[in-house]
Design a binder for this molecule. Structure first.
Ligand code: HEC
Ligand code: HEC
Ligand code: HEC
Ligand code: HEC
Ligand code: HEC
Ligand code: HEC
Ligand code: HEC
Ligand code: HEC
Ligand code: HEC
Ligand code: HEC
Length: 342
């Protein structure tokens, strides 16, 4: 058995990989049978051992094979594709089909890695039913995938909002009919997300928006849809602001003069997905400012003229309005005081 290197870094730390392969190797020797099919079946029969090494637990997560396949053995892909040519095409193009990579389903039992042993099914497809993803419970379908995809970006899948709400790997991915990168079901991320988050995706069409439509950014630039340590499945940081300042570092502070709402949340003033206002502001300046600054000494409300004292249109100062003067609205280090003028 060869130890996989090559693409290792993309699935998680190489260390984990080498370790897991070693542990599987040990399982193989102990089980004294052909690996890994026997290892998978053996693990499935035993209740999960709490103290067991991580990779073994992962194997134990494989849901039980359907009852009608009891006693079946592995027959191999060549047999399956005699009847399932449509499924073969998409699978053959995918990374799952890279036999040189010892971690792929192809290098294990191919189709039967995911669908279960098929000798009985191949002999009588009407009577013996294999694992059918479209009818599996969410946690059972996910368990097949997380057997292999449980580290790195996927480590926090369990307990994520998506997992908790019954969204499955195949709500977004397809093994046989992928249309987009990373085996996504649709050509683009927004299209995948739009099936459930239409309102958010619509915001990309607003006048100002993160350049997702322009393909300079993805939903996944900010979110890890597989779960994260931050709120709202944000990829970086531990707060909403932490996520924003992971790219906009110059807004992070600390500043000599902090602007209270900036410290609290960027999203008080900006809509991260897009808005019809400049700079993705949730409301136009000066109205945005006047949501909070209604009692300040100068310009009190929209109804009072300001700055151009003699003009009744002073309050209509549009565009950058207040920030023409208060240009360091995110915070300032100026010795001249706290008004964010420079
Ligand atoms: C002799 C032809 C034949 C062979 C060989 C065959 N299948 Fe099937 N398979 C079928 C038919 C027919 C159905 C539809 C059964 C139904 O809808 O009742 C089916 C259904 C399925 C399903 C859907 C779930 C189910 O059981 O209804 C899966 C998954 C599947 N096959 C996978 C495989 C795999 C994996 C192999 C190789 C181990 C394989 N098939 C070999 C004919 C075959
Ligand atoms: C990585 C796991 C995996 C491998 C390997 C795999 N499949 Fe599938 N199969 C799935 C999933 C998930 C679906 C649900 C549809 C989709 O994602 O495209 C599916 C759907 C199917 C279906 C349709 C029945 C259904 O569930 O709706 C058949 C038939 C099938 N696969 C046969 C095969 C054959 C034949 C092979 C090998 C050439 C194979 N599969 C390899 C995961 C796998
Ligand atoms: C037997 C292990 C195994 C199982 C089971 C498995 N995968 Fe994979 N998967 C892999 C490997 C290995 C790769 C290639 C990873 C790499 O190159 O980093 C991969 C790659 C992927 C990719 C990335 C494809 C790309 O183009 O970058 C997606 C998405 C994926 N798998 C989804 C799934 C889903 C969904 C399931 C469950 C239906 C599943 N996998 C089941 C081993 C597995
Ligand atoms: C809500 C949609 C969604 C769900 C649910 C989802 N994914 Fe993904 N997945 C994505 C998107 C979008 C990407 C590409 C961006 C990225 O890498 O985060 C991706 C990327 C991947 C990749 C390739 C990334 C890499 O590390 O190379 C794998 C593998 C993968 N997903 C597996 C899974 C598995 C396994 C599950 C279920 C446990 C799952 N996904 C659930 C949307 C989803
Ligand atoms: C620039 C970073 C960024 C990008 C790009 C981004 N988001 Fe968000 N998203 C956020 C932030 C920040 C929040 C939290 C907002 C809040 O707390 O008010 C969020 C919240 C969400 C929520 C939860 C909304 C709620 O009310 O709880 C969903 C759903 C969502 N985003 C989907 C998407 C989708 C789909 C895309 C791609 C079309 C996307 N996001 C792109 C930063 C981003
Ligand atoms: C199959 C439906 C479905 C798809 C597809 C889907 N989501 Fe979700 N998403 C949900 C559900 C359900 C929730 C939980 C909503 C809630 O609790 O209010 C959720 C919540 C979220 C949240 C908020 C998490 C939180 O902690 O509040 C974000 C961010 C998010 N999704 C991003 C995405 C992105 C990005 C995509 C596309 C790559 C996507 N979703 C695709 C169903 C989906
Ligand atoms: C993954 C990196 C990244 C993250 C995270 C991120 N941004 Fe951005 N942001 C960008 C990029 C790239 C642009 C576009 C810059 C350009 O086109 O010149 C941008 C542009 C902006 C703009 C200016 C839009 C305009 O009209 O010029 C604002 C405001 C903004 N981001 C606020 C935020 C806020 C608030 C957050 C947190 C919710 C955030 N960003 C998170 C990368 C990011
Ligand atoms: C009090 C409201 C408010 C808060 C809170 C706020 N911003 Fe802004 N932001 C603005 C205004 C107003 C502009 C437009 C400034 C201009 O036109 O000169 C702006 C512009 C921006 C721009 C684009 C122009 C530039 O200066 O680069 C980015 C990026 C940005 N903000 C990021 C952030 C981030 C990140 C946070 C959180 C750390 C944040 N903002 C919090 C009001 C706010
Ligand atoms: C969400 C509420 C909120 C919004 C919106 C907001 N601010 Fe503030 N701002 C505050 C708070 C709270 C303080 C701190 C007041 C204090 O310390 O007395 C502050 C302080 C200031 C100060 C410093 C004055 C001082 O006495 O400390 C200036 C100048 C200022 N804001 C201008 C603006 C401008 C211009 C805008 C619009 C771009 C704006 N603010 C939007 C809440 C807000
Ligand atoms: C022509 C430049 C200019 C414009 C435009 C401007 N300000 Fe000011 N603002 C100042 C100056 C200068 C100070 C400092 C005054 C002082 O220290 O006495 C100040 C002080 C402030 C203060 C702190 C003092 C106080 O009154 O509590 C707030 C809050 C404030 N401005 C909000 C705003 C808002 C909101 C707007 C837009 C509606 C705005 N400013 C437009 C120049 C301007």
């Amino acid at each position: 058995m060869t130890i996989g290197r090559g693409r290792g870094s993309r699935m998680g730390p190489t260390v984990w990989l080498v370790f897991s392969v070693l542990v599987w190797g040990v399982t193989f020797v102990r089980a004294g049978a052909s690996w890994p099919a026997a290892a998978i079946t053996a693990a499935a029969e035993k209740p999960p051992v709490v103290k067991a090494e991580a990779p073994k637990v992962a194997q134990a997560q494989m849901p039980a094979d359907p009852a009608s396949t009891a006693g079946a053995t592995y027959v191999g892909e060549d047999t399956c594709v005699t009847c399932h040519a449509p499924q073969q095409a998409g699978y053959d193009k995918s990374l799952h089909h890279q036999k040189v990579d010892p971690r792929t389903p192809e290098a294990l039992k191919s189709c039967e890695t995911c669908h279960g042993p098929g000798s009985k099914h191949a002999a009588d497809p009407e009577k013996s039913k294999l694992r059918k993803f479209s009818t599996l419970k969410a946690d059972e379908a996910n368990a097949v995938c997380t057997t292999c995809h449980a580290s790195g970006d996927h480590a926090l899948w369990a307990g994520s909002k998506h997992e908790a709400r019954g969204v499955t790997c195949i709500s977004c991915h397809s093994v046989h009919n992928a249309k987009g990168e990373k085996q996504l079901k649709e050509e683009t991320q927004p299209k995948v997300c739009a099936t459930c988050h239409q309102q958010i995706v619509n915001k990309l069409n607003r006048f100002n928006h993160m350049p997702v439509r322009e393909d300079k950014m993805q939903c996944s630039s900010c979110h890890n849809t597989h779960g994260s340590a931050n709120v709202k499945m944000l990829r970086a940081g531990t707060t909403v602001d932490g996520a924003c300042t992971s790219c906009h570092a110059e807004k992070r502070g600390p500043f000599l003069w902090e602007h209270a709402p900036v410290v609290n949340a960027c999203v008080t003033c900006h809509d991260p997905h897009g808005s019809s206002n400049d700079r993705m502001l949730v409301s136009k300046v000066p109205f945005l400012c006047q949501r909070c600054h209604v009692t300040s000494r100068h310009p009190p409300t929209v109804y009072d003229s300001f700055i151009m004292k003699n003009s009744s249109n002073g309050n209509k100062l549009t565009g950058r309005g207040c920030v023409i003067c208060h240009s360091q609205i995110h915070g300032s280090n100026s010795p001249n005081g706290k008004a964010f003028l420079r």
